[in-house]
Design a protein around this ligand. Structure first.
Ligand SMILES: Cc1cc2nc3c(=O)[nH]c(=O)nc-3n(C[C@H](O)[C@H](O)[C@H](O)COP(=O)(O)O)c2cc1C
Ligand code: SF4
Length: 509
């Protein structure tokens, strides 16, 4: 750290502030040889205590650490083994490598899960793009109605247009591959099985905006994704599909892959940019937005893996072909990650607007065990009681209208016999661990909430509902970003739909 401080004239405190932020770099994680997943899907599956016993046959207790989600929620029992020297990047995840794809192909609509052909065949589209006008390409994206798949649902064409018109000697396309939501593994699927849709999507976005750099920010918990991405970029270089004056077009484009070091908040786009810059990844105040002042203060488009992976289809088949699919303002398809509680867990590509009941009961074959709720859209998504399955369709509007959030469309089930108070406590603990610390409703409030829920479970403490509601309200309206601001949603859903189960932990019940 001292060497880095000297080299970058950054100051020792700044280097320490950045390095100490990340899970992989924490002093208590030095010397760890394996990490057990403590994410939501493995927690509710109840697989981790037995997994720990199993790993203790091979590792000493002090060599075993914990980390959140390796994208293996479809089978639970998630863990990550490190190389001998634990400060090196992680090498392999436990269990099966890659994504179990039994769920694939069931859906009639395939945009993202279509069979990959060959580089030669696939990149014919790139040759065409380089001969097309930016305006024409942008127009196809406008017509497609493609909205961001990373959670907020913002139209991609608006971002690209903003960046195209922003002034800057250098511009960036950043792919947000930090997929931190426990329960989600759709980005991992795309990175490992359909990497060229992601890379070509970034290249087309670069061509439209005039950005000459594509930066792929991939979480360190996905070592295989990083390796596959780097190899694919190497292949593109060899085929001269990236680099200087690509295919004589005058357009330059190159990639940089960043291995993230373990911090959920780095999925938030401004924290992600600070992380790439080597700063402590705290969330930035917006405006200015990244398209105006992003990476190194240059115009930057940040998009989710899945959003970018939709671009080649839209440009090849036309925006209208994409817009024809879906429902209302939610066009196209959505990848949905189902956890191990389903009879057929795995990844599904469904047309937007597909009834949730079709996915759960027909495609996934129903639940393997009795389930009372599904946590959909990550830790900040809504807690959907099973009684609402018939009311929802898989699209942004239906979830919002029913008081939930589609988010990244990951589904973590809460079995009948799993105490909800324990699940809520897990959500507060997760937020407390992942809070960037910039604003105190989130930094302090998440810890106070966790303490209350733990005392209620273990010490017979009765939570004052007024105090608890004050805490939720402060988090909701006083937090700078959606980590602190979004935590109250699943908690409120739980209080609304499972009042009877939770009331014993509250005063005046
Ligand atoms: C706490 C937090 C975590 C987030 N994590 C991710 C993430 O892992 N991946 C992602 O694409 N977007 C994530 N986002 C959303 C990003 O800030 C941003 O909206 C997104 O990358 C934009 O891409 P899109 O328009 O393609 O969705 C997160 C947001 C918040 C507030
Ligand atoms: S809400 Fe939490 S994560 Fe977001 S800026 Fe505030 S402290 Fe950071």
């Amino acid at each position: 750290m001292e060497e880095l401080a000297d080299q970058f004239v950054f100051g020792k405190a700044n280097v320490f502030g950045s390095a100490s932020f990340y899970d992989f770099l924490q002093p208590e994680n030095q010397g760890k040889k394996v990490y057990i997943c403590n994410g939501s899907a493995c927690l509710t599956a109840g697989t981790q205590p037995a997994l720990r016993e199993e790993l203790l046959k091979k590792y000493k207790p002090e060599e075993i650490g914990e980390m959140c989600c390796f994208g293996k929620c479809y089978e639970a029992k998630g863990y990550l083994e490190m190389e001998e020297n634990s400060s090196s990047p992680p090498r392999r995840t436990g269990g099966q490598a890659g994504i179990r794809d039994e769920g694939l192909g069931i859906s009639k609509v395939q945009i993202l899960t279509n069979e990959f052909t060959t580089i030669k065949e696939y990149y014919k589209l790139w040759e065409k793009v380089l001969k097309t006008s930016k305006e024409e390409l942008l127009n196809e994206l406008k017509v497609s109605g493609l909205r961001g798949r990373g959670g907020a649902g913002f139209p991609i064409a608006t971002k690209l247009e903003g960046c195209l018109h922003a002034k800057g000697d250098i511009k960036f396309i950043v792919c947000n591959a930090d997929e931190g939501d426990p329960g989600a593994f759709s980005d991992r699927y795309l990175l490992e099985e359909r990497i060229h849709s992601v890379l070509l999507g970034m290249m087309i976005a670069g061509f439209i905006t005039g950005a000459s750099w594509g930066v792929v920010y991939i979480r360190g918990e996905y070592p295989r994704s990083i390796e596959i991405c780097k190899n694919a970029i190497e292949e593109l270089k060899q085929q001269q599909l990236i680099g200087e004056n690509i295919l004589g077009s005058g357009f330059n484009y190159q990639f940089k892959v960043i291995t993230a070091q373990g911090a959920y908040i780095c999925g938030e786009e401004t924290a992600l940019l600070s992380s790439i810059e080597g700063q402590r990844p705290e969330v930035r105040v917006r405006p200015p937005y990244p398209v105006q002042k992003g990476l190194f203060n240059k115009p930057t488009v940040v998009n989710n893996v899945e959003t970018l992976a939709c671009i080649p289809f839209i440009i090849e088949k036309g925006g209208a072909a994409f817009a024809k699919l879906g429902k209302g303002r939610s066009t196209g398809t959505k990848l949905v990650s189902l956890d191990s509680h389903f009879n057929k867990p795995g990844l599904y590509e469904v047309e937007m607007g597909t009834p949730l009941s079709t996915l759960v009961n027909e495609m996934a074959g129903g639940f393997r065990v009795p389930v009372k709720a599904m946590h959909i859209g990550g830790p900040l998504g809504g807690l959907v009681p099973v009684s609402k399955i018939n009311d929802l369709t898989i699209d942004f509007e239906s979830f919002a209208a029913n008081g939930f959030l589609l988010g990244h469309a990951s589904v973590v089930c809460i079995p009948e016999d799993f105490p909800l108070i324990k699940y809520l406590s897990h959500l507060f603990k997760f937020t407390a661990h992942e809070s960037c610390g910039k604003c105190f409703p989130c930094r302090i409030g998440s810890t106070r909430g966790y303490e209350m829920l733990e005392k209620a479970q273990n010490e017979g403490y009765k939570i004052d509902p007024v105090l608890f509601n004050d805490l939720l309200e402060t988090l909701e309206i006083g937090s700078l970003c959606a980590l602190g601001g979004g935590l109250p949603l699943p908690v409120k859903n739980a209080l609304q739909y499972f009042n009877q189960e939770l009331s014993t932990y509250f005063k005046n019940a």
